[in-house]
Ligand binder design. Structure first.
Ligand code: ADP
Ligand code: ADP
Length: 236
């Protein structure tokens, strides 16, 4: 079943210094599917993920449906409440780095997405902590954890409320290179186990391929006569 459908998605930033345009001609993501989105820094990966996180509106879209809802229509109608609710219930985000609340325990941090989605489930928090090897850390604060442990807490938090889509923007940026492969593999395994679709943005297609991801490589075009740098995200 298709979870996410994009047709003719367009977004542009008209900065004085570096105008930029992003296009997604056609793109589908199935339930439970994992995919890495590869492109160099500045190619628009974060911008695309922000649109998929329902946090930034596209400038234009012929079709943008997610979880059976017409996202374009919600944006046009200014239905930020509907978008926020859909995001809280159906989307999990693994940030590049940090993102954990320092004054909450690991358990509190993982449970945060459940609280926001109004879907408390302490047993799931513990089960995820077991699977990710951070059970002994549940009562600690993030500051007492290693970088790799913190990233595993982020993964658990992104999955705790049973989202249908997990978005990860360079989730290995802050971890040691030796750990990066493991984090990507773990993220993929956990999303598969949870039945969640997964989109990982990365500047390193080889690493993503090594971790078993199908890789979607973004086509980038240097600024032409109009001075606009363009990125096209399209499946081969
Ligand atoms: P990536 O994640 O691939 O590094 P980004 O999506 O962060 O790429 O950025 C793509 C381009 O859009 C860059 O040129 C960036 O400077 C520009 N950009 C991103 N966000 C904004 C914004 N809020 N306002 C203006 N320009 C932006
Ligand atoms: P990354 O390349 O790791 O994705 P960036 O440093 O490009 O991160 O962007 C970090 C944040 O700043 C993003 O939320 C992005 O949208 C925003 N941003 C990036 N470039 C600009 C810009 N030129 N003007 C305003 N905001 C920007």
């Amino acid at each position: 079943t298709v979870l996410l459908s994009l047709r003719g998605l367009h977004k542009a930033y008209r900065g004085d210094a570096a105008p930029f345009a992003l296009d997604v001609p056609a793109f589908d993501l199935a339930e439970g599917e994992a995919l890495a989105l590869a492109g160099p820094s500045g190619s628009g990966k974060s911008t695309l993920l922000m649109m998929l996180a329902l946090a930034t509106p596209p400038d234009a879209a012929e079709e943008f449906t997610f979880a059976g809802q017409d996202i374009t229509r919600h944006w046009r109608a200014g239905r930020r409440d509907a978008l926020a609710e859909l995001r809280a219930r159906c989307i999990g985000v693994v940030p590049q780095t940090g993102g954990l609340l320092p004054f909450l325990t690991v358990e509190g941090n993982i449970a945060l997405t459940q609280r926001i989605a109004d879907r408390p489930d302490a047993a799931r928090v513990r089960a995820l902590a077991d699977e990710l090897g951070i059970r002994a850390q549940l009562g600690k604060r993030p500051a007492a954890l290693s970088v790799g442990q913190r990233q595993r807490v982020s993964i658990a938090r992104a999955l705790a409320h049973r989202p249908s889509l997990v978005l990860a923007d360079e989730p290995t940026a802050s971890v040691h290179p030796e750990l990066a492969d493991a984090v990507l593999a773990l993220l993929k395994r956990e999303c598969a186990a949870a039945g969640a679709a997964l989109l990982v943005a990365t500047h390193d297609p080889d690493r993503a391929a090594r971790a078993g991801y199908p890789v979607l490589v973004c086509e980038t075009h240097a600024p032409g006569a109009d001075g606009i740098a363009r990125s096209v995200f399209a499946r081969a």
